[in-house]
Ligand binder design. Sequence first.
Ligand code: ZN
Length: 185
Amino acid sequence: MTDGNEKKHTDAFFSMDLEDLRKGSGKIDRDIPLDWLGQEMKACEYNAEPTKAHARMSLSAHDQGVLLSGNASVRVKTECGKCLAEIYLDLDCALDGFMMPIGTGQEFEEPDDGLTPQDLKREWYAGDTVVLDELIRDAIMLELPMNPRCSDSCSGIALQALDKSKEEYIDPRLAPLASIKLPKE
Ligand SMILES: [Zn+2]
């Protein structure tokens, strides 16, 4: 399994040739490989396993770069951080940005069609191929909640069960012993 950060163009799942793009075929509508996404989600602080992932994007070539818009819909299996129930999260991840060629030394100017790329996420591409894997991954990771919950009103694991899972749990019958202080040697 290659690391997502070191992936070469030829290994990319989502890439588009600038030449094709200029001819006007800038549509992507397909599944995101779950193996790859699952690996990327290991960076998450809790267990998150994608069970469905699909990307829809349209790209268009402009003088200074490539404008892209679309979204990824992703279903993630995880567990509620409070009660540990298995839950599924449906994420709708915006895939918007303006991709510019790297290393051209070109100052960015506003495109003539009134777009305001300053408002868009700026990304870079090298050579004649726009690679979108990282952008897609980042957009999805950004949508993962910090603390997944089964519901807003989740009251967590029953208190008794929680107490017993704590290391400092003391059998009430032995509680008096815990208060005895032993002399230091
Ligand atoms: Zn819960």
